[in-house]
Design a protein around this ligand. Structure first.
Ligand code: TYM
Length: 344
């Protein structure tokens, strides 16, 4: 498309605020991804103009096996829909299918001070120190610029994420504001959207660390995966760390707080209501109730997932059409930025 033609297209935006978010297609999703992100996206689809991407370029920072990436993209597309995202109401697309993400990512890298990137918690924890850092992929450092590109390309009003992504949304805002102050009003500055329950699900084995995909790979009892069988869920929750009190009661340790939070989040109650419900009850009773709540939530997701995953042609068709829709919006923003920085 010529520049003039692209500039003339103003993609319809509608009255609803726009949201953009994404998940990395590496390893299976866990309960934290569901409670902190996916479930809210699905429930709130009618309130927003929705863009959800499968961030395969970000997944490359872990240098995964190519076949794993290919498979995980389709798995995640099926899981998005199995969790209730509807391709008619949400644009469900793959990041690498829209070239503008990588193109804007580079421009943002050039406008981001290195110190901002080096101070990111995720970079420091994933890249390690000394020798380990020397060998770490450079993409771990520039990761936030690509994520900012994902968000800013769609002029998103809100970025619905779990609590662990707060710093990434903050740096996206900082990058947008820096370019706006240097080159005129180029970007809409997004806000994080972090829900009060489920935003920080902790590891079952170690409730002082957040439930994470990478830890789940090495420690079987760490996370409930969305495709875990009911007996596996029962077993994992049965072995979850609690505390030394004889029953549920003050002071609440982090393991019990995590189980109460999972229960509250799945049953739609508050933390206080969950505590009142289980106060004085045994940990066995709490664990059994949490297991039932998790299995009831996962059963329909899994059923739908296996149906969707079996039909690859349909999945690929949905992703291809969504990439076209996403590119229409993204290319207009990219052109605006290219002009602002002197590339056109
Ligand atoms: P990722 O793939 O690690 O996680 C996907 C979503 O799940 C949330 N989440 C959690 N929520 C509650 N408790 C947990 N233990 C937990 N673990 C993960 C995350 O907060 C996230 O919302 N950098 C992002 C992917 C990304 C992105 C974006 C997100 C790339 N571009 C643009 C938003 C907008 C990431 O690695 O998420």
């Amino acid at each position: 498309m010529s520049d003039a033609a692209a500039a003339d297209i103003v993609p319809p935006r509608g009255d609803r605020p726009r949201v953009l978010s994404g998940i990395q297609p590496t390893f299976q999703l866990h309960l934290g991804n569901y409670l902190g992100a996916l479930r809210h996206w699905a429930r709130e689809q009618d309130s927003y103009d929705n863009y959800f991407c499968i961030v395969d370029l970000h997944a490359l920072t872990a240098v995964p096996d190519p076949e794993l990436v290919r498979n995980s993209v389709l798995e995640l597309a099926a899981l998005y829909m199995a969790c209730g995202l509807d391709p008619e109401r949400s644009v469900l697309f793959v990041q690498s299918h829209v070239a503008a993400h990588a193109q804007l990512g580079w421009i943002l890298e050039c406008y981001t001070p290195l110190g901002w990137l080096e101070r990111m918690t995720q970079f420091k924890s994933k890249a390690g120190a000394g020798r380990e850092r020397e060998r770490a992929p450079a993409g771990l450092l520039t990761y936030p610029d690509l994520m900012a590109a994902d968000i800013l390309l769609y002029d998103a009003d809100y970025v619905p994420v779990g609590d662990d992504q707060r710093q990434h949304v903050e740096i996206s805002r900082d990058i947008a504001q820096r370019i706006n102050s240097l080159r005129g009003e180029v970007f809409r500055v997004p806000e994080p959207l972090i829900r009060s329950t489920g935003a920080r699900v902790m590891g079952l084995d170690d409730p002082t660390t957040k439930m994470s995909k990478s830890t789940a790979l090495t420690k079987a009892g760490h996370a409930i995966l969305l495709l875990d069988l009911p007996d596996t869920v029962r077993h994992k929750i049965g072995r979850a760390t609690t505390d030394t009190n004889p029953s549920v009661g003050e002071p609440i340790g982090p393991g019990v707080a995590n189980l109460l939070e999972i229960h509250a989040s799945l049953r739609g109650t508050s933390r206080e209501e969950a505590l009142a419900q289980f106060a004085g009850k045994s940990y066995g009773a709490l664990k059994s109730a949490v297991t039932d709540a998790v299995n009831e939530a996962l059963e329909p997701v899994q059923k739908r997932y296996y149906e969707l995953r079996a039909d690859e042609a349909t999945l690929r068709g949905i992703l291809a059409r969504a990439a076209e829709r996403a590119a229409t919006v993204a290319n207009v923003t990219l052109l605006r930025v290219q002009r602002a920085v002197g590339l056109r």
